[in-house]
Design a protein around this ligand. Sequence first.
Ligand code: NAD
Ligand code: DAU
Length: 409
Amino acid sequence: MKVSSSKFNEAFAELNCIENNTKMTSKFLNFQLYNFMNSKTILITGGAGFIGSHLVRLMVNKYPNYNIINLDKLTYAGNLANLTDIENAPNYEFVKGDIVDAEFIHDLFDKYQFDSVIHLAAESHVDRSIANPMEFIMTNIVGTANLLNAARSIWKTLNPPLTPPKEGELPPFGRVGVGQTSNLFYHVSTDEVYGSLGNKGMFEETTPYDPRSPYSASKASSDHLVRAYYHTFGLPVVISNCSNNYGSHQFPEKLIPLFIHNIKNNKSLPVYGKGENIRDWLWVEDHARAIDVIFHQAKVGETYNIGGHNEWKNIDLIKVICKVMDKQLGRPEGESEKLITYVTDRAGHDLRYAIDSTKLKNELGWTPSLQFEEGIEKTIAWYLNNEEWLNNVTSGAYQNYYEKQYASR
Ligand code: NAD
Ligand code: DAU
């Protein structure tokens, strides 16, 4: 039988269409399969705080196939207003709770069967740790231990099961390869665990621990616990130690937002000692990016330092803040500097922090993205443009804290 060429063309086009549809369907299915295989339920603790909220935002927006569960007690430092832009995202859920409550943490892990944990919840202000060390010991040490126990308890059914790694070997589970993770307990820590530097040198990952405040001692203890669970039980862990962060949404008890708030309200600027202590400042969104990179690419059991290569003597930094504030508020230059007041030094005040983050750069390719001059302008502009946020967090309990902290200095 002879088939007319137009009939043949029609049939051919139909077949092509079916094939294309099949190709498209299989592409779609592949995509869905990829999403399914790469989907994870990740617990982020302390996600309503300063760094935590930046990290939650990054993870929720960048990884729609991850379910991000933000666990936060909402202490004075936790603020859900930090996350209004993503609060309705389908891959985000907030749970209010205390990491010190072991039973609650156990039940939470049982319910969600988290694939991984990124642990940031902590008491984080050095001055508060001097006034009340026990809060720090409970949250930072006991709270971390509770999370480690819960992770160990749900991940013990891993295949192959949790066993301690042999000397010099990686545990028999964990990273499947670059860009993929299975279970991971990521502890976000601080450079303060290394102690205080003199005029020279930098903290490296191998620098011995020498914490000197109740805050840094509690963070050092939690780092030790995390490593102990890796060596003893083979729990897949990673730790990063970061320098001072700055940026939007930081509670105005820390130097930069406190001084912005005081300048705005023409209040004195309490500089501890002679203002000669040195800190290494990093843009908070760069810290969140570093956590993302480490979470996805680090080898289990490793530690990474994160820093800004951006050292400032406090008094020099304060003068920059004053200058930018004068400019942004339209005040005569030099006006805000008049508010500088030297007050009694912080007890045990660490002289200098400086982080060597070469390992993170060489192994995982991370470097800070923002120049400090640009970052500080953006930061100040954010606090001035978000008056309501600042007013809300500085009302009520903040006033009592401020009176207690600074009245006797
Ligand atoms: P933050 O004080 O702004 O936030 C801490 C968050 O933890 C808050 O939302 C608070 O409500 C929550 N939290 C406190 N106790 C809790 C508890 N018992 N249970 C559940 N949630 C609780 O702190 P941050 O500056 O965002 O720091 C986050 C983490 O990063 C901390 O572990 C800190 O040690 C570390 N870190 C901070 C810096 C820095 O410059 N801020 C630098 C390096 C490392
Ligand atoms: O290095 C990382 C650490 O940086 C984090 O682990 C901590 O959570 C974070 O709070 C920060 O600790 P610091 O003590 O360095 O930050 P803070 O902003 O409190 O102080 C910065 C410097 O400014 C420090 O040398 C003390 C000084 N200072 C601070 C305050 C609040 C003042 O001179 N006056 C002040 O009123």
